[in-house]
Design a protein around this ligand. Structure first.
Ligand SMILES: *Cc1c(COP(=O)(O)O)cnc(C)c1O
Length: 335
Protein backbone atom coordinates (compact mmCIF):
# COMPACT_ATOMS: atom_id res chain seq x y z
CA UNK A 1 0.00 0.00 0.00
CA UNK A 2 1.40 3.34 -0.95
CA UNK A 3 -0.06 6.80 -1.05
CA UNK A 4 2.00 7.87 -4.05
CA UNK A 5 1.23 6.96 -7.65
CA UNK A 6 3.18 7.33 -10.86
CA UNK A 7 0.94 6.69 -13.84
CA UNK A 8 2.36 6.04 -17.28
CA UNK A 9 0.25 6.98 -20.26
CA UNK A 10 1.29 4.08 -22.48
CA UNK A 11 -0.68 5.44 -25.46
CA UNK A 12 1.29 8.71 -25.26
CA UNK A 13 4.56 6.78 -24.85
CA UNK A 14 3.80 4.72 -27.96
CA UNK A 15 2.70 7.81 -29.89
CA UNK A 16 5.92 9.63 -28.97
CA UNK A 17 7.98 6.69 -30.23
CA UNK A 18 5.93 6.48 -33.44
CA UNK A 19 6.51 10.19 -34.05
CA UNK A 20 10.27 9.65 -33.73
CA UNK A 21 10.21 6.57 -35.95
CA UNK A 22 8.10 8.31 -38.60
CA UNK A 23 10.41 11.33 -38.58
CA UNK A 24 13.38 9.03 -39.14
CA UNK A 25 11.93 7.09 -42.12
CA UNK A 26 13.28 5.35 -44.12
CA UNK A 27 15.44 4.68 -41.08
CA UNK A 28 13.82 3.94 -37.75
CA UNK A 29 13.97 4.77 -34.06
CA UNK A 30 15.08 2.60 -31.19
CA UNK A 31 14.59 3.48 -27.53
CA UNK A 32 16.99 4.30 -24.71
CA UNK A 33 15.59 2.51 -21.64
CA UNK A 34 18.60 2.88 -19.34
CA UNK A 35 18.16 4.00 -15.72
CA UNK A 36 14.98 1.91 -15.49
CA UNK A 37 13.45 3.61 -18.50
CA UNK A 38 14.34 7.08 -17.20
CA UNK A 39 12.56 6.25 -13.97
CA UNK A 40 9.28 5.09 -15.54
CA UNK A 41 10.03 1.35 -15.35
CA UNK A 42 12.11 -0.16 -18.16
CA UNK A 43 10.06 -3.33 -18.57
CA UNK A 44 6.84 -1.36 -19.04
CA UNK A 45 8.53 0.87 -21.60
CA UNK A 46 10.02 -2.09 -23.50
CA UNK A 47 6.73 -3.99 -23.56
CA UNK A 48 4.78 -0.92 -24.69
CA UNK A 49 7.22 0.12 -27.41
CA UNK A 50 7.74 -3.41 -28.71
CA UNK A 51 4.01 -3.57 -29.43
CA UNK A 52 4.29 -0.17 -31.15
CA UNK A 53 6.98 -1.62 -33.45
CA UNK A 54 10.26 -0.66 -31.77
CA UNK A 55 12.96 -3.29 -32.28
CA UNK A 56 16.16 -1.74 -30.85
CA UNK A 57 16.58 -0.95 -27.15
CA UNK A 58 19.53 0.47 -25.21
CA UNK A 59 20.60 0.12 -21.59
CA UNK A 60 23.85 1.13 -19.88
CA UNK A 61 24.94 -1.99 -18.07
CA UNK A 62 24.71 -5.77 -18.00
CA UNK A 63 22.68 -5.81 -14.81
CA UNK A 64 20.14 -3.50 -16.45
CA UNK A 65 20.10 -5.95 -19.38
CA UNK A 66 19.66 -8.97 -17.09
CA UNK A 67 16.68 -7.34 -15.39
CA UNK A 68 14.73 -7.14 -18.66
CA UNK A 69 12.67 -9.82 -20.36
CA UNK A 70 13.00 -8.83 -24.00
CA UNK A 71 10.00 -9.49 -26.26
CA UNK A 72 10.52 -11.73 -29.27
CA UNK A 73 12.04 -10.01 -32.26
CA UNK A 74 13.65 -7.19 -30.29
CA UNK A 75 17.30 -6.47 -29.70
CA UNK A 76 19.02 -5.00 -26.65
CA UNK A 77 22.41 -3.27 -26.70
CA UNK A 78 24.56 -2.38 -23.67
CA UNK A 79 25.99 1.10 -24.15
CA UNK A 80 28.88 0.77 -21.71
CA UNK A 81 30.41 -2.17 -23.57
CA UNK A 82 31.99 -5.11 -21.83
CA UNK A 83 34.50 -4.49 -19.05
CA UNK A 84 37.02 -6.92 -17.60
CA UNK A 85 35.03 -9.37 -15.52
CA UNK A 86 31.82 -8.85 -17.50
CA UNK A 87 32.53 -11.17 -20.43
CA UNK A 88 30.77 -14.11 -18.73
CA UNK A 89 27.64 -12.04 -18.22
CA UNK A 90 27.86 -10.71 -21.77
CA UNK A 91 28.22 -14.17 -23.32
CA UNK A 92 25.35 -15.50 -21.22
CA UNK A 93 23.12 -12.64 -22.35
CA UNK A 94 21.21 -12.20 -25.59
CA UNK A 95 22.11 -8.49 -25.43
CA UNK A 96 24.99 -7.18 -27.53
CA UNK A 97 27.80 -4.96 -26.25
CA UNK A 98 28.52 -1.56 -27.73
CA UNK A 99 32.32 -1.94 -27.83
CA UNK A 100 34.11 1.34 -27.23
CA UNK A 101 37.83 0.69 -26.60
CA UNK A 102 40.53 -1.30 -28.39
CA UNK A 103 40.79 -3.57 -25.32
CA UNK A 104 37.07 -4.33 -25.48
CA UNK A 105 37.33 -5.08 -29.19
CA UNK A 106 40.25 -7.43 -28.58
CA UNK A 107 38.45 -9.20 -25.73
CA UNK A 108 35.30 -9.63 -27.83
CA UNK A 109 37.30 -10.92 -30.80
CA UNK A 110 38.96 -13.48 -28.52
CA UNK A 111 35.74 -14.57 -26.82
CA UNK A 112 33.06 -14.48 -29.51
CA UNK A 113 34.43 -13.32 -32.89
CA UNK A 114 31.38 -14.50 -34.80
CA UNK A 115 28.75 -12.97 -32.55
CA UNK A 116 27.18 -9.66 -33.57
CA UNK A 117 28.27 -6.58 -31.67
CA UNK A 118 27.86 -2.82 -31.89
CA UNK A 119 30.72 -0.33 -31.90
CA UNK A 120 30.81 3.25 -30.57
CA UNK A 121 33.07 5.78 -32.27
CA UNK A 122 33.78 9.09 -30.59
CA UNK A 123 33.48 11.95 -33.06
CA UNK A 124 33.96 14.81 -30.64
CA UNK A 125 32.03 14.44 -27.39
CA UNK A 126 35.12 12.83 -25.84
CA UNK A 127 33.16 10.41 -23.76
CA UNK A 128 32.90 6.77 -24.85
CA UNK A 129 34.16 5.36 -28.13
CA UNK A 130 37.06 4.45 -30.37
CA UNK A 131 38.75 7.34 -32.09
CA UNK A 132 37.99 7.53 -35.82
CA UNK A 133 41.65 6.60 -36.42
CA UNK A 134 41.32 3.47 -34.28
CA UNK A 135 38.08 2.54 -36.00
CA UNK A 136 39.71 2.85 -39.41
CA UNK A 137 42.95 1.09 -38.48
CA UNK A 138 41.86 -2.45 -39.25
CA UNK A 139 41.10 -3.08 -35.57
CA UNK A 140 37.49 -3.93 -36.45
CA UNK A 141 38.20 -6.10 -39.51
CA UNK A 142 36.09 -9.22 -39.62
CA UNK A 143 33.84 -8.34 -36.69
CA UNK A 144 30.11 -8.81 -37.22
CA UNK A 145 29.16 -5.21 -36.50
CA UNK A 146 25.43 -4.64 -36.42
CA UNK A 147 25.28 -0.94 -35.47
CA UNK A 148 28.10 1.57 -35.72
CA UNK A 149 27.27 4.37 -33.26
CA UNK A 150 28.41 7.86 -32.47
CA UNK A 151 26.89 10.41 -30.07
CA UNK A 152 26.39 14.17 -30.45
CA UNK A 153 27.69 16.63 -27.86
CA UNK A 154 25.52 19.65 -28.71
CA UNK A 155 22.42 18.28 -30.44
CA UNK A 156 20.20 20.49 -28.27
CA UNK A 157 21.84 23.53 -29.89
CA UNK A 158 20.92 23.36 -33.60
CA UNK A 159 23.35 26.14 -34.50
CA UNK A 160 26.36 24.58 -32.82
CA UNK A 161 29.27 23.95 -35.19
CA UNK A 162 29.87 20.69 -33.29
CA UNK A 163 26.87 19.14 -35.06
CA UNK A 164 28.02 19.35 -38.70
CA UNK A 165 31.61 18.60 -37.63
CA UNK A 166 30.54 15.41 -35.85
CA UNK A 167 28.27 14.43 -38.75
CA UNK A 168 31.14 14.78 -41.23
CA UNK A 169 33.49 12.81 -38.99
CA UNK A 170 30.90 10.07 -38.50
CA UNK A 171 30.19 9.80 -42.23
CA UNK A 172 33.89 9.23 -42.87
CA UNK A 173 33.92 6.41 -40.30
CA UNK A 174 30.74 4.87 -41.73
CA UNK A 175 32.32 4.87 -45.19
CA UNK A 176 35.43 3.10 -43.89
CA UNK A 177 34.01 0.51 -41.47
CA UNK A 178 31.67 -2.26 -42.62
CA UNK A 179 28.59 -2.35 -40.41
CA UNK A 180 25.00 -3.28 -41.08
CA UNK A 181 23.61 0.02 -39.74
CA UNK A 182 24.70 3.44 -38.48
CA UNK A 183 23.22 5.46 -35.58
CA UNK A 184 24.04 9.00 -34.46
CA UNK A 185 21.02 10.74 -32.92
CA UNK A 186 19.53 11.00 -29.47
CA UNK A 187 16.20 12.86 -29.06
CA UNK A 188 17.65 16.30 -29.74
CA UNK A 189 19.62 14.92 -32.69
CA UNK A 190 16.37 13.87 -34.36
CA UNK A 191 15.37 17.55 -34.41
CA UNK A 192 18.49 18.40 -36.43
CA UNK A 193 16.91 16.95 -39.55
CA UNK A 194 17.30 14.12 -41.97
CA UNK A 195 21.01 14.53 -42.66
CA UNK A 196 21.56 13.23 -39.15
CA UNK A 197 19.15 10.26 -38.99
CA UNK A 198 21.24 7.46 -40.54
CA UNK A 199 19.61 4.02 -40.22
CA UNK A 200 18.68 4.10 -36.56
CA UNK A 201 18.19 6.73 -33.85
CA UNK A 202 18.41 6.32 -30.07
CA UNK A 203 15.80 8.63 -28.53
CA UNK A 204 15.22 8.59 -24.78
CA UNK A 205 13.83 11.82 -23.36
CA UNK A 206 11.53 12.46 -26.34
CA UNK A 207 9.79 9.16 -25.63
CA UNK A 208 9.09 10.14 -22.05
CA UNK A 209 7.59 13.58 -22.67
CA UNK A 210 10.62 15.80 -23.31
CA UNK A 211 9.21 18.23 -25.87
CA UNK A 212 6.52 15.64 -26.71
CA UNK A 213 3.20 14.45 -25.27
CA UNK A 214 3.31 14.06 -21.48
CA UNK A 215 3.71 10.45 -20.35
CA UNK A 216 4.09 10.67 -16.57
CA UNK A 217 1.42 11.74 -14.08
CA UNK A 218 2.00 11.89 -10.35
CA UNK A 219 -0.64 11.65 -7.64
CA UNK A 220 -0.28 11.95 -3.88
CA UNK A 221 -2.66 11.51 -1.00
CA UNK A 222 -3.81 14.34 1.22
CA UNK A 223 -2.80 12.89 4.59
CA UNK A 224 -3.96 15.82 6.67
CA UNK A 225 -5.80 19.10 6.11
CA UNK A 226 -5.22 21.87 8.59
CA UNK A 227 -6.54 25.35 9.24
CA UNK A 228 -3.68 27.85 9.17
CA UNK A 229 -4.72 31.24 10.52
CA UNK A 230 -3.52 34.47 8.91
CA UNK A 231 0.00 35.23 10.12
CA UNK A 232 0.97 31.60 10.86
CA UNK A 233 3.76 29.94 8.86
CA UNK A 234 4.13 26.49 7.29
CA UNK A 235 7.08 24.09 7.25
CA UNK A 236 10.80 24.15 7.99
CA UNK A 237 12.31 27.60 8.06
CA UNK A 238 8.82 29.18 8.15
CA UNK A 239 9.29 30.24 4.51
CA UNK A 240 5.57 30.81 3.85
CA UNK A 241 3.19 32.80 5.97
CA UNK A 242 -0.56 32.73 5.44
CA UNK A 243 -1.82 36.13 4.30
CA UNK A 244 -5.39 35.13 5.24
CA UNK A 245 -7.01 32.33 7.16
CA UNK A 246 -6.11 29.34 4.97
CA UNK A 247 -6.68 25.63 4.53
CA UNK A 248 -3.48 23.73 3.90
CA UNK A 249 -3.23 20.14 2.63
CA UNK A 250 -0.26 18.06 3.75
CA UNK A 251 0.88 15.57 1.09
CA UNK A 252 3.09 12.49 1.41
CA UNK A 253 5.50 13.69 -1.28
CA UNK A 254 8.98 15.08 -0.71
CA UNK A 255 12.45 15.45 -2.12
CA UNK A 256 13.15 11.77 -1.44
CA UNK A 257 10.55 11.19 -4.17
CA UNK A 258 12.35 13.46 -6.60
CA UNK A 259 10.09 16.38 -5.75
CA UNK A 260 12.99 18.80 -5.48
CA UNK A 261 13.42 21.14 -2.55
CA UNK A 262 13.72 23.94 -5.11
CA UNK A 263 9.99 23.45 -5.73
CA UNK A 264 9.34 24.94 -2.27
CA UNK A 265 6.85 27.80 -2.76
CA UNK A 266 7.07 27.18 -6.55
CA UNK A 267 5.36 23.89 -7.34
CA UNK A 268 1.63 23.31 -7.63
CA UNK A 269 -0.98 20.60 -7.26
CA UNK A 270 -4.37 20.08 -8.85
CA UNK A 271 -7.07 19.39 -6.30
CA UNK A 272 -10.31 18.46 -8.05
CA UNK A 273 -8.94 20.32 -11.06
CA UNK A 274 -8.18 23.52 -9.11
CA UNK A 275 -4.55 24.61 -9.27
CA UNK A 276 -3.18 25.16 -5.77
CA UNK A 277 0.33 26.40 -4.92
CA UNK A 278 2.85 24.40 -2.95
CA UNK A 279 3.54 26.47 0.16
CA UNK A 280 6.51 26.34 2.48
CA UNK A 281 9.58 24.22 2.15
CA UNK A 282 9.41 20.78 0.54
CA UNK A 283 10.79 18.32 3.10
CA UNK A 284 12.04 14.75 2.66
CA UNK A 285 8.66 13.03 2.75
CA UNK A 286 6.12 15.84 2.92
CA UNK A 287 5.04 19.03 1.28
CA UNK A 288 2.08 21.35 1.74
CA UNK A 289 -0.34 23.08 -0.63
CA UNK A 290 -2.72 25.96 -0.04
CA UNK A 291 -6.12 24.42 -0.80
CA UNK A 292 -8.22 27.29 0.51
CA UNK A 293 -9.80 27.56 -2.96
CA UNK A 294 -10.28 23.83 -3.56
CA UNK A 295 -12.43 21.08 -2.06
CA UNK A 296 -9.57 18.94 -0.71
CA UNK A 297 -10.21 16.61 2.23
CA UNK A 298 -8.09 14.20 4.19
CA UNK A 299 -7.70 10.97 2.19
CA UNK A 300 -8.26 12.61 -1.21
CA UNK A 301 -5.88 11.98 -4.09
CA UNK A 302 -4.50 15.08 -5.76
CA UNK A 303 -2.46 15.40 -8.92
CA UNK A 304 0.98 16.96 -8.75
CA UNK A 305 1.50 19.54 -11.51
CA UNK A 306 4.33 17.90 -13.44
CA UNK A 307 4.75 19.62 -16.77
CA UNK A 308 8.32 18.48 -17.51
CA UNK A 309 9.69 21.73 -18.91
CA UNK A 310 8.13 24.03 -16.31
CA UNK A 311 8.85 21.73 -13.38
CA UNK A 312 12.46 21.26 -14.43
CA UNK A 313 12.86 25.02 -14.71
CA UNK A 314 11.35 25.61 -11.27
CA UNK A 315 13.38 22.78 -9.76
CA UNK A 316 16.63 23.99 -11.31
CA UNK A 317 17.11 20.55 -12.82
CA UNK A 318 17.28 19.12 -16.30
CA UNK A 319 14.24 17.17 -17.47
CA UNK A 320 16.49 14.07 -17.35
CA UNK A 321 17.29 14.58 -13.68
CA UNK A 322 13.66 15.23 -12.88
CA UNK A 323 12.51 11.91 -14.40
CA UNK A 324 15.38 9.70 -13.25
CA UNK A 325 15.18 11.14 -9.73
CA UNK A 326 11.58 10.11 -9.06
CA UNK A 327 12.60 7.20 -6.88
CA UNK A 328 11.01 4.01 -5.70
CA UNK A 329 8.17 5.03 -3.41
CA UNK A 330 5.60 5.40 -6.19
CA UNK A 331 3.22 2.66 -7.13
CA UNK A 332 3.79 2.61 -10.87
CA UNK A 333 0.78 1.85 -13.02
CA UNK A 334 -0.29 2.23 -16.63
CA UNK A 335 -3.31 3.87 -18.14
C1 LIG B 1 21.10 8.19 -23.10
C2 LIG B 1 21.57 8.10 -24.50
C3 LIG B 1 20.71 8.41 -25.54
C4 LIG B 1 19.32 8.99 -25.34
O1 LIG B 1 19.44 10.37 -25.13
P1 LIG B 1 18.19 11.35 -25.04
O2 LIG B 1 18.80 12.68 -24.96
O3 LIG B 1 17.46 10.96 -23.79
O4 LIG B 1 17.37 11.13 -26.24
C5 LIG B 1 21.16 8.20 -26.84
N1 LIG B 1 22.41 7.74 -27.07
C6 LIG B 1 23.28 7.47 -26.08
C7 LIG B 1 24.64 6.98 -26.42
C8 LIG B 1 22.89 7.65 -24.76
O5 LIG B 1 23.77 7.39 -23.79
Amino acid sequence: MTNLRLTIDTAALAANWRACATACAPGTAGAAVKADGYGLGAQTVVDTLAVAGCRDFFVSSWNEAAALAMPKGTRLAVLHGVQAGEMGAALASDAVPVLSTPAQVAAWRAAAPERPCDVMVDTGINRLGLTPAEAGSGLLDGLAIDVLHSHLACADRPDSPHNPAQLAAFRAVVAAVPARRAALCNSAGIRLGRDYYCDLTRPGLALYGGGTSPVVRLHARVIQVRAVPAGASVGYGATWTAARDSRVAILNLGYADGYARALSNRGAILAAGVRCPVVGRVSMDLCAADVTAAPAAEGDWVEIAFDLAATARHANLSEYELLTGLGHRYARACE
